[in-house]
Design a protein around this ligand. Structure first.
Ligand SMILES: [Zn+2]
Ligand SMILES: [Zn+2]
Ligand SMILES: [Zn+2]
Length: 541
């Protein structure tokens, strides 16, 4: 993709603002120094003269006056006291503040970290509190819950203003809100070693919650803390996946332990209202019921599947249910829709309506496991030869019309991404002399040791609701192509994916033991917290 680099933002460390007009988004380039050298630009001699986008965003956030007016038009009133302490924006850190405030509104986190923080400080094994997650969580709990830091924002001495009246003088009749805590040590510790959360960039709060829960579990494991003492357990539940071959009717069940569920938002565009001579109408969406989103995630899907019992490609029915319900249910609304296999961010906010009387019942979604009379599908053969991908027919037709043989055309399309006749034609001209040009194409099994997928691509697929482990495996299996990875994921609904590195202890590792949660009915939920971000970036929202 052609990308532009903003000259004044190039630093000697090799960072700069890069914008890709094809992706319509900002991009990172770890090889920027080498790439700029092609244009005779030596990053070592560059001096940064302009603010980068991140710096501009931070400046904007720090100066941003939030609307302190509610939906009813009344001004919000400042509140103070225990449990009513704000968090200051450290610059693009709202994703973190919103998650922390939500967590410490839960009794499980309050009782785990607030009263014990003093006792821990006396026996902390770490040399420095700055490197101890327990210390930092305790400090946050004390800061947020004690009320000792819940004060009105300090304002300049009013008498000083009287002597030098200026239009910028603070309005002393306006209510004074809080300064808030600045959790810089916590942010530095939780972001340490993480390529995204260690930065000052805007992040996704759902990804941050997953990262924080994982870090807390690792910390608890290090201290051999009993599982029932961990507050992270309130989120865990078992998601049962049921597959049924529609030909032989055999079934397979598996239960994965999860902390949240990603739901699509089945958005329907309102019919546009055209105004004569006015601007083109903005895309607007009909409100969606939250229950419809859950039904969309838990509904029945039909997929093509190589059934190990039938020994052939047949249709398969896939359905997800709750084998257990969590104490605290986290729902993550996906901000992408798939349009022709390409993830597209929803263009505008979609109103999602809560259930009537704020009561969400999950009773109808309980999964009961293998039923009497159901026969289990046999295990799949270890190495299944990859199937021949569907050849792009339009491109194929164009190439054949030019007189190339069927096999040669297929080879060319497979070698060039299977989408574009022109690229395939260029490939053909370069490979005219290949002795095997007219042999049937060979679909090589993709080596397991494919290149490590980029964090960006994994995050992109995670945004669509796949687990990072599934995303990683899909990208590896498909040589890093996002589009093919999506296809792979849909045709391997049963694959748990692969964790990064061997030391990883994701929630999936606990799948063999109890998934957490309870299967007691009724399973009813009330809204406790809500996190939303308004913004056009695909990296947050
Ligand atoms: Zn691009
Ligand atoms: Zn400590
Ligand atoms: Zn079958």
């Amino acid at each position: 993709h052609p990308a532009s680099v903003k000259l004044g933002t190039i630093t000697a460390e090799g960072t700069a603002d890069i914008y890709c007009y094809q992706c319509n988004d900002s991009r990172l380039d770890p090889e920027l120094a080498a790439h700029l050298a092609n244009f005779g630009i030596n990053v070592l001699t560059q001096t940064k003269t302009e603010k980068s986008m991140t710096e501009l965003q931070i400046e904007h956030n720090l100066n941003f006056d939030f609307s302190m007016t509610g939906d009813d038009g009344k001004s919000l009133e400042p509140v103070f006291g225990a449990g009513l302490t704000g968090l200051a924006n450290l610059g693009n850190s709202c994703y973190m503040a919103s998650v922390i405030q939500s967590l410490f509104s839960l009794p499980a986190f309050q009782t785990r970290f607030y009263p014990t923080s003093l006792a821990h400080a006396a026996t902390c094994p770490e040399p420095l509190p700055a490197s101890c997650l327990e210390c930092q969580m305790g400090k946050l709990a004390d800061g947020l819950l004690s009320g000792r830091y819940s004060h009105p924002r300090k304002v300049p001495d009013p008498s000083a203003v009287v002597h030098s009246p200026s239009p910028d003088a603070p309005d002393h009749t306006a209510p004074q809100f809080q300064e808030g805590l600045k959790p810089t040590m916590f942010k530095a510790l939780i972001g340490k070693g993480h390529e995204e959360f260690s930065t000052m960039r805007q992040q996704d709060s759902e990804e941050f919650l997953a990262h924080l829960l994982k870090s807390l579990r690792q910390d608890a494991k290090k201290k051999s803390e009993a599982e029932e003492e961990q507050p992270t357990g309130v989120f865990r539940f078992g998601l049962e996946q049921r597959l049924q071959c529609m030909n032989c009717k055999k079934v397979r069940y598996r239960v994965d332990s999860q902390d949240s569920i990603s739901v699509p938002v089945p958005a329907k565009e309102k019919s546009p209202v055209f105004v004569e001579g006015g601007d083109p109408p903005k895309v607007e969406y009909e409100p969606v019921e939250l229950l419809r989103c859950l039904e969309a995630a838990l509904g029945t899907e039909t997929l093509e599947y190589a059934c190990p019992s039938c020994g052939t490609n047949v249709m398969l029915e896939k359905q997800s249910r709750f084998s257990t319900f969590p104490d605290v249910f986290v729902i993550h609304a996906k901000k992408f829709q798939l349009v022709n296999w390409v993830p597209v961010k929803l263009a505008q906010d979609v109103p999602v309506n809560l259930p009537p009387n704020d009561e969400l019942s999950l009773d109808a979604f309980i999964g009961l496991g293998k039923q009497e009379g159901e026969v289990e599908l046999p295990e799949e053969a270890a190495a299944v030869a990859p199937a021949m991908p569907q050849i792009n027919e339009a491109a194929m037709g164009q190439l054949q019309a030019m007189g190339f043989g069927t096999n040669a055309c297929q080879r060319a399309l497979l070698a060039t991404g299977n989408s574009d006749a022109e690229q395939a034609m260029n490939w053909l001209f370069q490979h005219m002399e290949d002795p095997d040009l007219n042999d049937p194409p060979v679909i090589a099994p993709v080596a397991k040791s494919g290149p490590e997928p980029s964090a960006d691509d994994i995050a992109g697929l995670s945004d669509m609701g796949f687990t990072p482990a599934q995303a990683r495996k899909a990208l590896r299996e498909t040589g890093g192509s996002m589009e093919r990875a999506v296809e792979w994921l849909f045709s391997h609904p049963d694959d748990a994916g692969e964790e990064a590195g061997a030391s990883s202890t994701g929630p999936a590792a606990a799948a063999s033991s109890h998934p957490g949660g309870s299967n007691a009915l009724p399973a009813r939920y009330h809204l406790k917290a809500f996190i939303s971000h308004k913004g056009p970036s695909v990296h947050s929202g």
